[in-house]
Design a protein around this ligand. Structure first.
Ligand code: GDP
Ligand code: MG
Length: 765
């Protein structure tokens, strides 16, 4: 199959174009570094099917970043039939810098002049045909977003791909051209492909090139001795870069006719917003406030805090079928309203099925299996779907508007001093969506130690699958504490994850995972109104993923759990009342004591094993935690409430009643699940992205230890507040020791080494 590759700067619209051409739904974000590995799809509207590859965004073909290495190697080694060089027309000069490098390769190229809709909106004008004449490559104006000009782009690309093209360079008139020519001849003598490209990279003394052709590199070094430029001395790399920019601004800039007025206005509007949003002092508080507003809209049952002033029961519709739909005591936020609506539907489905089965004289165990086992578990998870989708809608808006890029920028300013760059925060923030792509995104980090440290804390950024745990347990806490604001609890737990992540990554960066902090150069993308289509794509993606998971992993887990909780070791069916003698209960009771320090272990008595089992099933998929509660709760309380499906929050409340678990233990339970080993998929990705097997083993240990320690701390402080001071003192002592050690005042490293060698000796003795 023919192969076309999309190459261009970060954030120029490659993935948007890729999605439009191939009908795929790859992730589009208004910040650089979203696509890190190449993605492939098929375009079918040409005479033959064409494979389209979306490469990571790059500013140059020099190996400064991992993305640049991936894209460069792809173009040189895989030899695509055509390169579609996407150029952001609102930022022509900077984007053409990459073009001047790609054109040096012997490959058919077409320029896709993207974002033409934005150019027109600004009142600017760019004439594609003029640019085409000047640059000597075909140019097609498009809007990837509005899907304008795509057919023309592809049909011309197809034409172009059928012709051979020899690389050309804009450096022809410069003082280095002679040297470039000599290198080229030398390389051609060695039968090297793309001799012009390699010759120029050699003259730049590019790392990869020097390693590949040491002989020719010597030639460049020798020439260097005899050469002196007035401004750049003999820094050939700088001379080449400068020549490219000069050429671009003298030759191509004339193509753009700027509307002077709008230019100034637009810039200042984005700048003015940034003055506030990225303010040194207010940047972080504003971010926290925006985040809280989002959680409030999604989770609060006391919307805008007006509930306290309302007359009792005025929105609760007490006694009607829709009781509690709009609120009870307070007013429901949109998220809770949607959740209640879905709850009404699922409840009536379960009730209808139960009635039908009972009337049809189906065996009691079968009714229990279908209604409590399968439906209880599935609907438990499903009931959180509206809130998950709403939360992701808000996150997508933050991302697509360009605000998330600012957050990475603000965080960089604060944490750079402590060994953490803004680049590391980009994958972490992506972790709010799903850990899997976020862990893959750590490839953008050049320092291996920073990458490992970042990879380990990504799961602490709570993903969509952990949301049901947070929400359901938060609901239980509310009923214990008798308040209405679940948003405060979910918000705090999200922040807890972030705080633990930052503390842990800083600890690692200053102890076992030290390393340079590479400079963080990121151009902040212009703010723009989020694109409706893009938002819907994100939501659709989430929905599809969720439904698929619900009817595969979660469904199977639910069935397995129901069976093991209703059969004894001798394979006798056990009715609900005897569940404590089941296989699952026995296994749960075995591990239950492990969780005693966290407050949900032995102290919970005979039903406490449910929490232990739930925590373990969460290792397969985090939604399983709540599905497990849904499946088991109706059995736990069958003595109290008869014949009612217990889902989500109701299930937790039932378990609270049966076990007497308190608020500190419930929070510790959330924290444990939030911080412990993530789901199967994330673990497999972490393994694949780890530098070595032992590093991955440490990662697993790190997850277990962190969740256990943090969970224990929460339980201790919650039950005995004065333990807070002991924990703070220990933390303080640890930090002091690390700081002193890093300053060279004391020598912990040496002490550990001695200890290790002593232990080693004892072993051999
Ligand atoms: P990539 O980093 O090159 O893959 O760029 P993306 O495809 O992720 O797009 C970056 C941002 O530019 C997103 O917010 C897109 O919605 C936006 N974008 C992409 N193409 C266009 C376009 O043709 N016009 C406008 N106005 N925005 C676009
Ligand atoms: Mg992309």
């Amino acid at each position: 199959m023919m192969k076309f590759a999309l190459a261009g700067n970060p954030n120029c619209g490659k993935t948007t174009l890729f999605n439009s051409l191939t009908g795929s739904t790859a992730h589009v974000g208004n910040w650089p570094g979203v696509t890190v590995d190449k993605k492939e799809g098929v375009y079918k509207k040409c005479a033959e099917p064409i494979s389209i590859v979306d490469l990571p965004g790059i500013y140059s073909l020099s190996p400064y970043t991992p993305e640049e290495v991936i894209s460069r190697n792809y173009i040189l080694d895989e030899k695509p039939d055509c390169i579609i060089n996407i150029v952001d027309a609102t930022n022509l000069e900077r984007n053409l810098y990459l073009t001047t490098q790609i054109m040096e390769i012997d490959v058919p190229i077409i320029i896709a002049l993207n974002m033409m809709d934005a150019v027109e909106k600004n009142g600017d004008r760019i004439e594609p045909s003029e640019l085409e004449k000047k640059i000597g490559l075909p140019v097609v104006a498009i809007s990837a977003l509005k899907e304008n000009g795509l057919d023309e782009l592809m049909s011309r690309a197809y034409e172009v791909s059928k012709q051979k093209r020899i690389g050309s360079t804009v450096l022809a008139g410069t003082e280095l051209m002679h040297l470039i020519g000599d290198c080229k001849i030398a390389l051609e003598g060695q039968k090297v492909d793309n001799a012009l490209f390699h010759a120029i990279k050699l003259v730049e003394l590019d790392e990869i090139e020097v390693k590949m052709h040491p002989e020719s590199a010597k030639m460049v070094e020798e020439f260097k001795q005899t050469f002196k430029d007035d401004t750049f001395g003999c820094d050939f790399e700088a001379i080449v870069a400068d020549s490219r920019y000069k050429y671009i601004s003298t030759n191509y800039s004339a193509v753009v006719v700027k509307n002077k007025k709008s230019e100034g206005q637009k810039l200042s509007r984005s700048d003015r917003a940034d003055k506030v949003l990225t303010h040194r002092v207010w940047g972080i508080p504003i971010f926290l406030l925006i985040l809280f507003a989002i959680f409030h809209l999604t989770f609060s049952e006391n919307f805008l805090f007006i509930g306290y002033g309302l007359p009792e029961g005025w929105v609760s519709l007490e006694g009607t079928a829709a009781e509690g739909l709009f609120g009870e005591g307070g007013i429901n936020s949109p998220g809770v309203f949607l959740q209640s609506l879905l709850g009404l539907a699922t409840d009536s489905i379960t009730d209808a099925i139960r009635t039908a089965m009972e009337n049809g004289a189906v065996a009691e165990w079968a009714t229990g299996f279908v209604c409590d086992g399968i439906l209880g578990g599935l609907f438990s998870v499903l009931s959180f779907l509206p809130q998950i989708l709403l939360l992701f809608l808000f996150f997508s808006i933050l991302e697509d508007s360009g605000y998330m890029a600012r957050v990475a920028f603000i965080l960089d300013r604060i944490f750079r001093k402590f060994g953490l760059s803004g680049r590391a925060f980009m994958p972490m923030i992506m972790g709010f969506g799903c850990s899997v792509p976020a862990i893959i995104n750590t490839r953008t980090l050049a320092d291996q130690n920073e990458r490992t440290a970042t990879l380990r804390v990504i799961p602490f950024f709570s993903c969509g699958a952990k949301l049901p745990i947070l929400t359901a347990v938060a609901g239980g806490i509310l009923s214990l504490a008798n308040i209405n604001n679940a948003d405060i609890i979910t918000y705090s737990m999200y922040l807890l994850g972030v705080v633990v992540a930052i503390c842990a990554v800083l600890l690692m960066r200053n102890t076992t995972m030290k390393g340079d902090v590479p400079p963080f150069i990121m151009e902040l993308p212009a703010y723009h109104a989020p694109q409706f289509k893009n938002l819907m794509l994100h939501l659709w993606d989430k929905l599809e993923h969720f439904i698929k998971k619900a009817f595969t992993i979660i469904l199977v887990s639910t069935i397995v759990i129901w069976f093991f909780s209703h059969f004894s070791w001798s394979w006798h069916y056990l009715p609900d009342e005897q569940m404590n003698e089941s296989i699952l209960a026995n296994l749960g009771q075995l591990i239950q004591p492990l969780f005693t320090p966290l407050g949900f272990g032995s102290q919970l008595g005979s039903f406490g094993w449910v929490f232990a089992v739930a925590a373990i099933t969460g290792l397969i998929a985090k939604e399983n935690v709540i599905a497990t509660f849904g499946t088991l709760a109706s059995c736990v309380v069958s003595g109290f409430i008869a014949d009612e499906a217990l889902e989500g929050v109701d299930a937790i409340e039932a378990l609270i009643g049966a076990t007497g678990i308190g608020i500190p233990a419930l929070i510790a339970f959330i924290a444990f699940n939030l911080l412990t080993i993530p789901c199967f998929a994330a673990v497999a990705t972490a393994k694949a992205e780890s530098p070595s097997k032992s590093s991955f083993r440490w990662t697993l240990l790190f997850w277990v230890a962190t969740s256990y320690i943090v969970g224990t701390m929460i339980y201790l402080i919650g039950e005995w507040w004065w333990t807070l001071f002991i924990i703070l003192a220990l933390w303080d002592a640890a930090i002091t020791l690390i700081v002193l050690n890093n300053k060279g005042k004391i020598h912990l490293d040496g002490a550990f080494a001695t200890l290790k060698s002593k232990l080693g000796k004892r072993k051999t003795e």
